[in-house]
Design a protein around this ligand. Structure first.
Ligand code: UGA
Length: 431
């Protein structure tokens, strides 16, 4: 079976590599010629551990090739994975223009049966509508199936998650399509759940929204823990030992970010309101997340006696470690708030770069930790890169003017930091 993956972004490249690893012959297509020429040279246009090496390996072995020629790619492949982006429109609903343009190409160039697998996160009901949409754009009636197959990989561990998923969800009403999907995933050892397309779409949104709910719940609880002088991480540990709760996604911090949780929750809220429903818990999840970084920044401002004219070193720009993705990164919100408090900000990140709109403001990106902390009055850790966990904190201390350390991810060990000489403050911790 030859498989085409349309859209060579995060999900697309990882999916193409997962399919190639599974033994299929895979073609990766993207409309962006620059991206394709970079991929042809084995260079992934974003930072994600492990992808470059596997890309080169599968390009060299001929298991994978990439192209910007859509017509032949569609003609030559029986299975098509749609992995194009679905960014948010101003009202929070997803923009389906890339889905529609991919579907239109498929409709135009298909000459025999196609299995169309939708990996992109799309509003509930889209798979059903896509079937009608493709049929109405076909030049002649050629049979096809549209299957929903949501993606659950995390940035930073995309390859591992794709090769070792907790489950594979397949939304289809057709037995034959379900059978083909089982064959495609034969090499992946994970339970397969076959549902209606609408249910599969809902599972994706409900899962992301639930994970975000866990985080906001812990973040709000952390605020109370501060006051009660209780360590939120100990609370999380005790809660997580209960299998009904689970140990993951209970880590308090300055809020969640990324291209998925904020966008998907907005989309789900939008779907609910479009059907005259309110998801009040989710509304509060967003509210807690939107206020978390400011809640802590205000607290820390009192501790340092105001950030005005203070030198603040911000550690971490990306929304999580092991990625250069800045989308909805809490670190950017933190930097903007520091600017409005008239602080002078130096930032460091192992890979991510300051976005253009912040580079022109009083923020300087430093190549080294030393440069960022020299003369600093405070450090705010915003991304829990290992880089910072294993930094030489005694040296950092020796370079600073005042040793205030605000750990926005509870990534560091308080005792070790105090031994190194810091006044250490975390999220939901006694002090
Ligand atoms: C998320 C989901 O975890 C994936 O299952 C899903 O496939 C993906 O969205 C998607 O829809 O494409 P991702 O956004 O890459 O993955 O990253 P996460 O590891 O989920 O982290 C999201 C945010 O939550 C980060 O800012 C992270 O720092 C924060 N987080 C995570 C916490 O603050 N506390 C935690 O305990 C866990």
């Amino acid at each position: 079976m030859n498989i085409l993956v349309m859209g060579m972004g995060y999900v697309g490249i990882t999916t193409a590599l997962m399919l190639a690893e599974s033994g299929w012959t895979v073609t990766g297509y993207d409309v962006d010629e620059r991206k394709i020429s970079s991929l042809k040279q084995g260079v992934v246009p974003f930072f994600e551990p492990g992808l470059d090496a596997l890309l080169s390996q599968h390009l060299n072995s001929g298991q994978l090739h990439v192209t910007s020629s859509v017509k032949s790619a569609i003609k030559q492949n029986q299975v098509i994975f749609l992995c194009v982006g679905t960014p948010s429109l101003d009202d929070g609903s997803p923009d389906l223009k890339y889905i529609h343009s991919a579907a239109e190409s498929i409709a135009r160039y298909m000459q025999e049966y196609k299995l169309i697998v939708v990996k992109s996160t799309v509003p509930i009901g889209t798979n059903g509508r896509l079937t009608e949409w493709i049929a109405s754009h076909q030049i002649s009636a050629v049979p096809f199936d549209v299957v929903s197959n949501p993606e659950f990989l995390r940035e930073g561990s995309a390859l591992y998650d794709s090769l070792h998923p907790d489950r594979i969800v397949i939304g289809t009403d057709h037995k034959c399509a379900a059978r083909q999907m089982r064959t495609i995933y034969n090499a992946i050892n994970a339970p397969i759940l076959i549902t209606e397309p609408k249910t599969a779409e809902m599972i994706k949104y409900a899962s992301n929204a639930f994970l975000a709910t866990k985080i906001s719940y812990m973040n709000e609880l952390a605020r109370l823990c501060d006051t009660l002088q209780i360590h939120i991480d100990d609370v999380a540990k005790g809660m997580g030992m209960d299998h009904r709760i689970g140990a993951h996604f209970l880590k308090a911090g300055i809020g969640y970010g990324g291209s998925c949780f904020p966008k998907d929750i907005n989309a789900l809220l939008n779907t609910a309101s479009g059907h005259q429903h309110r998801l009040t818990i989710l509304e509060q999840v967003v509210q807690v997340n939107n206020t978390q970084h400011a809640f802590y920044l205000d607290k820390w401002e009192e501790i340092v006696g105001g950030f005005r004219n203070k030198n603040v070193a911000v550690f971490g720009l990306s929304f999580k470690p092991d990625t250069d993705d800045l989308r909805e990164s809490p670190s950017l919100s933190m930097i903007s708030s520091l600017i409005s408090k008239r602080a002078s900000v130096k930032v460091h990140d192992p890979v991510a770069k300051l976005p253009a709109q912040l580079s022109s403001s009083p923020v300087e990106q430093c190549d080294s930790i030393d440069e960022a902390v020299t003369g600093a009055d405070a450090i705010i850790l915003c991304t829990d890169w290992n880089h910072y966990k294993y930094a030489d904190w005694s040296r950092i201390h020796s370079l600073m003017k005042h040793p205030f350390l605000f750990d926005g991810k509870n990534a560091l060990n308080r005792r070790e930091m105090e031994v190194a000489g810091f006044h250490y403050f975390g999220i939901g911790q006694p002090y």
